[in-house]
Design a protein around this ligand. Structure first.
Ligand code: ADP
Ligand code: MG
Length: 255
């Protein structure tokens, strides 16, 4: 076990079966603090289930899932895991469409109260500065007073990433951000994620290989609920097992 390094996230020998179907099988995964990690894998490989297990939406049948030095996530509820600083962005954006972009970030600020309480209180200068900063980071500084419902699909996704930043998420879990985006939005999303690298630890699940090439450092390939291969874009694309899984090639030597 590679102890002695500081992992932000560690999964060891995790298993999860749904009604007899093994969705996650002896999954072991380590991630360094500040790392931007891309996870790819065919449909049904268990990518979203892996995120469900990290965020506490699903509990494993066996195995360890730890955050930071030694916080055991398998013992915590979903809200408790969110409060620890693990933020998830689902494929479909979930923003408050009837509120402005500014208000959406405000409502997500750490320590904010209910929607009603927040909107009837005043924004402190500190909060305003923080919100402005986040809006710049996600390229929505010109849209602060636009209703979230009027944003493009890509802009809604950036707003949601901004909301995770407002929640002070240390670990961001981003499931297929490029789905439904234009090429330009996809590229901008890549730049946004790269700009967060180092300050946050980020797991990105993605299919779009142009996007993966843009942002990828280390890639993990999931297949049948377990890690098939890990490495750089080139290592992964040249791996015959990966080619076989994606292209159905005949199995040859293992890498
Ligand atoms: P991916 O995100 O890689 O496409 P998923 O993690 O969504 O894959 O799904 C992996 C497998 O687990 C699929 O066969 C899916 O049907 C199954 N699965 C996921 N969640 C559940 C659930 N809550 N109940 C039953 N089966 C599930
Ligand atoms: Mg999925």
């Amino acid at each position: 076990m590679p102890r002695g390094r500081e992992f932000i996230l560690m999964l060891e020998e995790v298993n999860k079966t749904f009604e007899g179907f093994k969705a996650i099988s002896n999954l072991t995964f380590y991630m360094d603090e500040g790392e931007l990690r891309v996870i790819i894998g065919p449909n049904g490989a268990g990518k979203s289930t892996m995120l469900d297990l990290i965020t506490g939406r699903t509990k494993p049948d066996s195995g360890r899932i730890e955050f930071g030095l030694d916080t055991d996530l398998t013992k915590l509820s979903e809200p408790a895991i969110t409060r620890l600083g693990i933020g998830r962005k689902f494929q479909t954006p979930s923003v408050y469409i009837d509120h402005t972009v500014f208000e959406n970030i405000w409502l997500s600020l750490e320590g904010s109260r209910s929607v009603w309480q927040t909107l009837f209180s005043r924004v402190t200068p500190e909060q305003r500065a923080r919100i402005d900063d986040i809006l710049k980071t996600v390229s929505l500084d010109g849209k602060a007073h636009t209703l979230a419902g009027a944003l493009s699909h890509g802009q809604k996704q950036w707003l949601e990433i901004g909301m995770l930043l407002a929640q002070n998420a240390k670990l961001l879990l981003v499931d297929e951000p490029a789905a439904g985006m234009t090429d330009e939005e996809t590229h901008k999303t890549g730049e946004l994620l790269l700009s967060l690298e180092g300050k946050h630890s980020i797991v990105v699940i993605e299919h779009d290989m142009t996007f993966v090439r843009q942002i990828a450092r280390r890639i993990t390939v999931l297949h049948q609920g377990t890690v098939l291969c890990e490495g750089s874009v080139d290592q992964v694309q040249n791996d015959e097992r990966v080619q076989e899984v994606y292209l159905g090639r005949k199995r040859r030597e293992k890498c």
